[in-house]
Design a protein around this ligand. Structure first.
Ligand code: 16G
Ligand code: ZN
Length: 555
């Protein structure tokens, strides 16, 4: 049975700082690192309980993603490799906020009862632990490990320094009885990449000049940079240069670098400049679960210089186009359909493909997906957990947030069907299967995302400019406003409309009505104590004006 005395003793070593209300938030606990030890210990306990309750391995990663290096955080990974089931988030909050080891013991007892967690000789749980490169990571990982070990019958396994998506992938692999190692992760991705290279439609077609050029990747001075260098060793035909690897002189983690910076500022990260004009560049974030591309065009006599951002929406559009093409060639000699919201594949039935976005998706991307590609698009609340859940309803679900977090999900039954149809001899079957291996289906992964972008560009013979030109982003503007109580604003699930206070929505509608092609919404942030405002219009100045006008009504 459980040694409660020992548990209390272990918990007493990590007292909760007073006066802080911890909240699991959109993506785990995230705070100044000095305040986190108790929360991380308790998250370790919770990950262990979750493992016992699911009779499978779970995961815990210490990271604060794109936040400053002095912050840190903790996220839990469910047995399937996805985020902690939302139903368990209240448990996480209750544990994090228990005032002392006695209160914590009571909360834990309650969870054990509510979730009918059984202890006994046969109970054996496992929690994989990892951290990013933050200086506070090692101490916090030790706290998490002690939290896991404080739960009878659960073993912590320290996987060391990993990207967030690597840990998600490993939890998923372990529960499928596959080797949960970094070596296996790299070999899996690189093998699928090679398969896709070999299945390229016309190998004699040289890529356009830019497409053949190597990529320059901004590693955010974080964990992803190190991992990219390891992955590169297994890729003969993909050249990339990694900058901002966290080497001496390159600068600090997320400090003027990384996908969040590039996406929000639409500007060069450190150590990139005008001499990189026309080069294909990419940027990942501090824990390598976000990816954006960019390139710069110098000014000419007839046009000013431009910084071109290819965000999550554009990556999503590129992937969606590839998937649609492969599905079309699967059925092409049966019947050519312009719209493949459902594609009838003989022997399987309608293959449902869907793209999931949030309200932040640029309106031009939604239009491209629906009108050019003929795909079904759905909107969810902000936060990967919502997009992921929605995407899993499709046979092939593609999801991305504009900020660069996203992936492609394949329904297992559909993959099983494709595996039985190998003898059709259609390359598209092998391609779809290879993509399902290469893309990290557990969670958005900048590393597998880069491989996928590069494969699709290679297939199409496209430069980054060709890709950028599939549609032109509508000018948009984001503002944030500090308010007394951001929870006073409530929105619909898609976050496109305010439901309370209703006068606010009326005011937004009136403002939007003044601008041709205007769109605007407001939502309380899930990570900061602010309300965010988004506006889109046909010109930058009207988008700015609309955002300002709406912000005025939020104050
Ligand atoms: C978190 C989410 C991200 C979301 C952002 C919104 C994950 C892994 N991360 O970083 O998806 O876009 O929060 O922040 O889910 P906001 O609520 O402050 O706008
Ligand atoms: Zn991240």
């Amino acid at each position: 049975e459980w040694d409660w005395e020992g548990f209390r003793h272990a918990a007493a070593a990590f007292p909760k700082p007073s006066g802080i209300d911890f909240s699991y938030g959109t993506a785990g606990f995230r705070l100044d690192a000095s305040l986190l030890a108790s929360t991380v210990f308790r998250a370790g306990v919770l990950a262990a309980l979750r493992s016992l309750s699911m009779k499978s391995a779970t995961g815990l990663v210490i990271t604060a993603s794109h936040n400053p290096a002095s912050d840190n955080g903790v996220k839990l990974v469910d047995p399937g490799g996805g985020m902690l089931a939302m139903r368990w988030e209240p448990h996480a909050n209750a544990m994090a906020n228990a005032s002392d080891e006695h209160a914590l013991t009571e909360v834990v007892r309650k969870i054990i009862k509510e979730e009918s967690i059984a202890f006994g000789d046969e109970s054996c749980g496992k929690v994989l632990l990892a951290r990013d490169t933050r200086p506070s990571g090692q101490i916090l990982l030790a706290a998490a490990s002690q939290g896991v070990a404080a739960v009878a019958g659960v073993a912590p396994v320290d996987m060391g320094i990993l990207t967030t998506p690597q840990l998600h992938w490993m939890v998923c692999a372990l529960n499928k009885d596959q080797p949960a190692t970094e070596v296996n992760y790299y070999s899996h991705l690189s093998q699928a990449f090679r398969t896709l290279e070999q299945l390229r439609p016309d190998k004699s077609v040289r890529r356009s000049s830019l497409a053949s050029e190597s990529i320059i990747i901004d590693g955010a001075n974080g964990v992803g940079a190190l991992k990219l260098l390891q992955l590169q060793e297994l890729l003969e035909n993909l050249q990339f240069e990694v900058r901002n690897c966290g080497r001496a002189g390159e600068g600090g983690l997320n400090d003027g670098v990384g996908a969040d910076f590039v996406q929000k500022e639409k500007a060069f990260p450190r150590n990139f400049d005008k001499s990189d004009a026309l080069k294909k560049c990419a940027s990942i974030d501090g824990d390598a679960d976000r990816l954006v591309y960019f390139y710069f065009i110098s000014s000419t006599i007839s046009s000013p210089s431009t910084f071109n951002l290819l965000d999550g929406d554009k990556i999503s559009a590129l992937f969606a186009r590839f998937i649609r093409n492969q599905l079309q060639s699967l059925v092409e000699d049966v019947e050519e359909k312009p719209i493949i919201t459902t594609t009838l594949v003989a022997g399987y039935g309608d293959v449902r493909v869907g793209v999931v976005q949030t309200a932040y998706a640029n309106g031009a991307s939604t239009k491209y997906l629906q009108q050019e590609l003929g795909l079904e698009v759905s909107l969810t609340s902000t936060g990967v957990k919502y997009l992921h859940e929605k995407a899993s309803e499709y046979d092939i679900g593609i999801y991305f947030e504009a900020n660069g977090h996203g992936t492609i999900l394949f329904r297992e039954e559909f993959l099983a069907f494709l595996r039985t149809k190998h003898m059709w001899g259609k390359p598209s079957i092998h391609r779809l299967l290879a993509v399902s291996e290469m893309i990290n289906q557990a969670v958005g992964d900048a590393l597998s995302g880069i491989l996928m972008v590069e494969i699709v560009l290679m297939y199409l013979g496209w430069s980054i400019q060709d890709w950028n030109d599939i549609y032109a982003d509508l000018p948009s503007k984001q503002l944030k406003v500090k308010v007394a109580n951001r929870a006073a604003i409530r929105t619909t699930a898609s976050e496109t409309k305010v439901v309370y206070p209703s006068e606010l929505q009326k005011a937004i509608d009136t403002e939007v009505g003044k601008y041709d092609g205007g769109r605007s919404f407001v939502r309380p942030s899930g990570t900061e104590d602010i309300v965010r405002i988004y506006a889109e219009a046909t010109t930058q100045s009207t988008a700015d004006a609309l955002a300002q006008a709406v912000a005025f009504h939020v104050y």
